[in-house]
Design a protein around this ligand. Structure first.
Ligand code: ADP
Length: 369
């Protein structure tokens, strides 16, 4: 069992800098939870408070029901892997992994067993006698993870462990870490600014902004039902489009007027949009939910002009303008597009999201599609 609970956790640094505000997060046993958000949102500070590397200014931290606020890091039964994994350059891989256990005076045979077991799990057995400089970036990263595994911790903490690796290696290590989580069956908390890492690895994502938790949920829950415009724009790539539209009512129907076109939302959404008649709101639609209609305008189709064409092979990204607003569409690769061409898209309106201009909160009730 290894459950981590943050109850009303806050951090105020010297000089009254508030880094984290009232974080309430439950990391369940064996869960892989990712804290994600832009640089400076407070995710590392939150992780470091769990690790005990930062004092907790407000709230309570529990690991398996035990209050941890004043427990020193070494007694919390956690292991942390950093971005800057700082292996000891003069030590072999074996010694790098054994070092922490030797300090703790663990029995020699037990150290040997644990180092070999970790090396086997990480497929680095053949490098045990090498020094770090004779390893690739990915192999070094595995040694850093190995140092955590040998400690047999209740909870693994990762602070942007992949950000020093090149793009291709990151993709590979991402899959390796997911596989490792599966095989170790351990509780893991992982911090990153990269929403793709969050989406691909997490059981549960915690999205943070300006020190505040915005939303907590499974990856597809956040993708499909973002609670506000920030989460909607942060999760998913290319990001969701937000078009400023005016809500009108005509003959009992709700319409969204862009200027260049008008959209008729599905009835379930129209019912929620009724109270915004006469107001401007954000119409949110993901690039992958815009369907190109070669035959021309249809009801609720978006009339747009192409500004940039990016063929990616598997699909084509189109940068578009309505005349006054920009948006992005992801289309199938078989069509040929030209810059300055005027074309039409039908939005998948059951997937559209709507956000208040004042609060930026979702206008649709979150559970309702
Ligand atoms: P993230 O990991 O999301 O990039 P951090 O948790 O590192 O963000 O930082 C959150 C905020 O706290 C930032 O505004 C940062 O400048 C501030 N901060 C971080 N560490 C300190 C510190 N030791 N003293 C004062 N402010 C800090």
């Amino acid at each position: 069992m290894a459950k981590v609970e943050l109850k009303g956790i806050g951090k105020v640094y010297e000089g009254n800098v508030r880094a984290v505000d009232n974080a309430n997060i439950l990391v369940d046993d064996k869960e892989f939870v990712v804290f994600v958000g832009p640089s400076g949102c407070g995710k590392s500070t939150t992780l470091r408070m769990v690790a005990g590397l930062e004092d907790i200014s407000e709230g309570e931290l529990y690991i398996d029901g035990e209050l941890m606020n004043d427990v020193p890091p070494k007694d919390r039964n956690i292991a942390m892997v950093f971005q800057n994994y700082a292996l000891y350059p003069h030590m072999t891989v074996y010694d790098n992994m054994a070092f922490g256990l030797r300090i703790k005076k663990v029995d020699k045979a037990e150290i040997d067993r644990r180092v070999h077991e970790a090396a086997r799990i990480l497929d680095i057995e053949k490098f045990l006698d090498r020094k770090p400089k004779a390893l690739s970036g990915g192999q070094r990263q595995r040694v850093a993870v190995g140092r955590a595994i040998v400690r047999n911790p209740k909870v693994f903490l990762f602070d942007e462990p992949l950000s020093n690796l090149d793009a291709k290696l990151r993709v590979q290590m991402r899959a390796e870490l997911s596989d490792l989580h599966f095989r170790l069956n351990a509780t893991m908390i992982y911090v990153t600014h990269d929403q793709v890492e969050a989406m691909t690895m997490a059981n549960k994502i915690v999205v943070m902004k300006d020190g505040k938790v915005q939303q907590i949920g499974a990856p597809l829950e956040l993708y499909n039902f973002p609670i506000n415009k920030f989460v909607a724009g942060f999760i998913g790539s290319p990001p969701m489009n937000f078009l400023s539209v005016k809500v009108t009512e005509s003959g009992g129907s709700i319409l969204l007027e862009e200027g260049a076109f008008s959209i008729k939302p599905i009835p379930a959404h129209a019912a929620e949009l009724k109270k915004y008649v006469g107001k401007e709101i954000f119409f949110g639609i993901r690039p992958e939910d815009l369907h190109y209609v070669p035959e021309g305008p249809k009801e609720s189709s978006l009339k747009v002009k192409i500004t940039v064409v990016e063929p990616l092979g598997a699909d084509t990204t189109l940068w578009l303008t309505t005349g006054t607003q920009s948006l992005v569409a992801r289309t199938e690769p078989q069509f040929t597009f030209k810059v300055n061409e005027t074309i039409h898209f039908i939005p998948k309106l059951e997937k559209a999201r709507y956000f208040s201009k004042e609060t930026e909160l979702s206008i649709l009730p979150n559970a309702g599609a």
